[in-house]
Ligand binder design. Structure first.
Ligand code: CA
Length: 652
């Protein structure tokens, strides 16, 4: 802004002069393409076009200065497949940068590509609809990493580690045990949460199979990652193959959630964003240094109007163009409350059944004030958005950072109230003493769907590895009982259950607690485990069937839980039990759920005289496993029981 006074990026004056509410990026038609870039501090901007996504020489064309800090150029002709960047001059320095709104790119995401999105649609895409979801609370989320899921040499999948690998049907291990997509259908989950699938930075797409990364290192927010495509060079291919994956999942009735990382970018000073508007996109301390609330060296300033717009536009773009059904925000608390609410509202305009949740914490120190952060403790100010319940996570299995520290299922005393915080979905309940809950001393969720209940995710030890840390001297059989109780707690609790892919057959990473760049040998799903631990898989499958069939486990409101879920007195510590009475119009009018984490059997009193067991230590589901003809039952050690009042069970 030579010749002008510098206006602070954070001032209202800057917003008044430079906030651009219109469409940015390339507006394509087969007659012309309109380019528009927001670069309010630039003194000059040129469009550079290229015939290919790498190597070739470019052609420069000057752009015109438009309203509110934008630069524009209309180019005649059909530009589909043309690659482009911008040459942006700020304070006398000219740098080449990629369009933050680019929808397609060449290899390694260094050049944008003009794309006719219709040409990327697989057959049938236009008619593809979202699988039915009548309420967020009916979600059962399953997290997976595209590469991990099929890369194992014996996965039976042809396109191993690729988007297309997720589309293959009829794949098996051990002759008849299903893997990949068929496995997901068999398990019965409602949502798949895909670990980062936007274009990330640290895998060199020219050297496929040489490197591994989870992908929490964003480069281009609106483009699928190239290393998961069969050809990362031609911009349309990764888009089409990503759509084919989405379509294959939805055709199985599975909704798709993307893991999105709008809290930071891989590069900061050298990022495309910073080349276009230096200093605008990232939070800084009073000395002008980048702050590090992400633990990854920088954090996006979501509270600035054009950053907020960029994030919101990006989320809405994925929801519309790719028919994405949900978003999991990494380090969501680094985004401000206004931004998350704006995203929620914009998604409601697309489809109000799109689910939004995230990590209600940050990864370092941020200058964003706590009362502005989308923290777990502020989730009541984020209606329609959920957060991960770390209280129940650590209460069930022990602290994620202190490996040897156990939780409820593996021997700790005093975890009962924290587990109860999960059972009631972190809502207000007279029988939960929040003063004794691990991290949050108040009922943080306004509604149960705001609590994402889990014991295992991609971060930290897998549950199976954790149990080996805490209980090295116990037999495998004992640790399997602990694993099953963890599953039973999560899948019967109010709120939304979340599973980490592979835990349903005791996934191990050989004790690696941070495998973000560990090799396939650590991260890959070893499908042989599914053959080996058939009983564990059936147990998960049965719990999912129980949850999906019986609405008592999916009450929609805090009031219903308060009225219909009553904790029962237990004869000893390390035990929990409750009764669900006439909950959520469930045909089963009385359901008792009991967890005995001690090693010995205990006699408990039941509120009634005649019961049918549907979950015990061996099996889980909706079928009769045994009967109790009195108002007392012995709960064996390390056992979960679900009992249904016989009258309403048999009455069905
Ligand atoms: Ca990439």
């Amino acid at each position: 802004m030579q010749g002008q006074k510098k206006i602070s990026f954070s001032s209202q004056e800057f917003i008044d002069i430079f906030h651009y509410p219109g469409e940015l990026g390339v507006k394509y038609s087969n007659r012309q393409s309109e380019f528009r870039l927001w670069a309010p501090t630039a003194s000059n901007v040129l469009l550079v076009t290229y015939p290919t996504g790498n190597d070739s020489k470019g052609t420069k064309t000057p752009m015109s200065k438009g309203e509110q800090g934008t630069w524009y150029l209309d180019v005649a002709g059909d530009l589909h497949g043309i690659y482009y960047n911008y040459l942006v001059t700020v304070d006398g320095m000219t740098q080449e940068a990629m369009d933050p709104y680019a929808k397609a790119c060449g290899v390694n995401g260094n050049r944008g590509m003009v794309v006719d999105m219709q040409r990327t649609d697989p057959d049938g895409w236009q008619d593809l609809v979202r699988p039915t979801l009548s309420h967020f609370i009916n979600s059962i989320i399953y997290e997976l990493h595209v590469r991990d899921f099929t890369i194992w040499s014996e996965s039976g999948v042809q396109q191993k580690g690729k988007f297309l690998g997720m589309t293959e049907r009829g794949t098996t291990v051990c002759h008849s045990v299903s893997t990949g997509l068929d496995h997901l259908s068999e398990l019965g989950i409602t949502h798949v949460q895909l670990m980062p699938c936007y274009d990330f930075s640290t895998i060199d797409e020219c050297k496929l199979d040489a490197e591994y990364n989870w992908g929490y290192d964003p480069q281009n927010y609106n483009i699928p990652e190239g290393s998961y495509a069969t050809d990362p060079y031609h911009g349309g291919i990764r888009i089409r193959e990503f759509k084919e994956m989405i379509m294959a999942l939805k055709e199985q009735g599975i909704r798709v959630v993307l893991d999105v990382v709008y809290n930071h970018t891989y590069l900061a000073a050298e990022s495309h964003l910073n080349k276009i508007v230096p200093g605008y996109y990232y939070r800084q301390d009073p000395y002008g240094n980048l702050t590090n609330g992400s633990g990854c060296g920088n954090e996006l300033a979501s509270e600035r109007s054009m950053v907020r717009k960029m994030i919101t536009d990006s989320v809405v773009y994925w929801a519309n163009e790719y028919k994405i059904d949900g978003f999991r925000f990494d380090l969501m608390a680094l985004l401000d409350i206004v931004t998350i609410n704006e995203i929620r509202s914009a998604l409601n305009d697309v489809d109000s059944s799109i689910i939004v949740y995230g990590e209600g914490w940050i990864g370092g120190h941020s200058p964003l004030p706590d009362n502005c952060k989308a923290l777990k403790g502020n989730v009541r100010q984020l209606p329609g958005t959920g957060v991960f319940n770390d209280d129940v996570r650590d209460a069930v299995k022990g602290h994620v950072f202190f490996g040897e520290q156990p939780g409820f299922v593996n021997g700790a005393i005093g975890m009962e109230e924290s587990v109860k915080c999960g059972i009631v979905g972190a809502t207000d309940h007279d029988q939960v003493d929040y003063n004794q809950v691990l991290f949050s001393h108040f009922p943080w969720a306004a509604e149960p769907a705001q609590s994402i209940n889990y014991v295992e995710a991609h971060d930290n030890y897998t549950l199976w590895d954790k149990l080996l840390k805490t209980n090295p001297n116990d037999s495998e059989e004992v640790r399997m009982a602990m694993h099953k109780m963890s599953a039973a707690i999560i899948l019967t609790s109010q709120g939304i259950p979340f599973l980490h892919g592979g835990m349903e057959f005791l996934r191990s990473k050989n004790g690696d607690h941070n495998s973000y760049k560990s090799p396939d040998s650590i991260n890959q799903i070893n499908w042989m485990q599914k053959c080996k631990y058939k009983g564990i898989f059936s147990y998960y499958q049965g719990l999912i069937q129980l949850r999906k069939t019986h609405p008592a486990f999916r009450m929609k409101t805090t009031g219903e839980i308060q009225s219909n879920l009553c904790f029962l007195p237990m004869p000893a510590g390390q035990m929990l039990g409750y009764v669900l009475t006439k909950a959520n119009a469930d045909p089963w009018q009385k359901i008792v759920v009991v967890f005995n984490a001690t090693s010995t059997g205990r006699l408990i009193d039941l509120p009634g005289n005649h019961w049918i067991i549907v979950v015990n230590q061996k099996q889980a589901g909706i079928n009769e496993l045994g009967r109790v003809m009195t108002d007392k039952v012995v709960v064996p050690g390390r056992t979960s029981l679900v009992l249904v009042e016989a009258e309403s069970f048999l009455g069905n």
